[in-house]
Write a protein that binds this ligand. Structure first.
Ligand SMILES: [Zn+2]
Length: 100
């Protein structure tokens, strides 16, 4: 494994760890700390040019870095006319549209 691959692998691991930690924090209602984790996760992602998985991306509020958990800190609306699901962040009211 070369250096570049190693950096990517370590970065990916750290992203996964931060994502899981943010998820746990959100679940117990510690939004501020969860946002801190997501902020770091995004920094690692841009710094090392590591793409976040679609699943991750779709669950992170781009505006306030909240990790969105339906029924906890975001509300879901299905807009069938336009074939997308709308996730609205309860914190900053930013919406994420996921097309299906
Ligand atoms: Zn938000």
């Amino acid at each position: 494994m070369n250096r570049k691959e190693l950096i990517k692998q370590v970065g990916n691991e750290r992203i996964q760890i931060l994502f899981n930690a943010a998820e746990k924090r959100t679940e117990i209602g510690d939004a501020a700390l969860a946002k801190g984790y997501i902020k770091r996760l995004r920094k690692i992602s841009t710094h090392y040019k590591i793409k976040l998985s679609k699943e991750m991306k779709n669950r992170i509020c781009k505006k306030c870095n909240a990790l969105l958990i339906p029924g906890k800190n975001c509300s879901i609306k299905i807009v069938s006319a336009h074939r997308y699901v709308s996730y609205e962040c309860n914190d900053c009211k930013n919406q994420i549209h996921i097309f299906y």
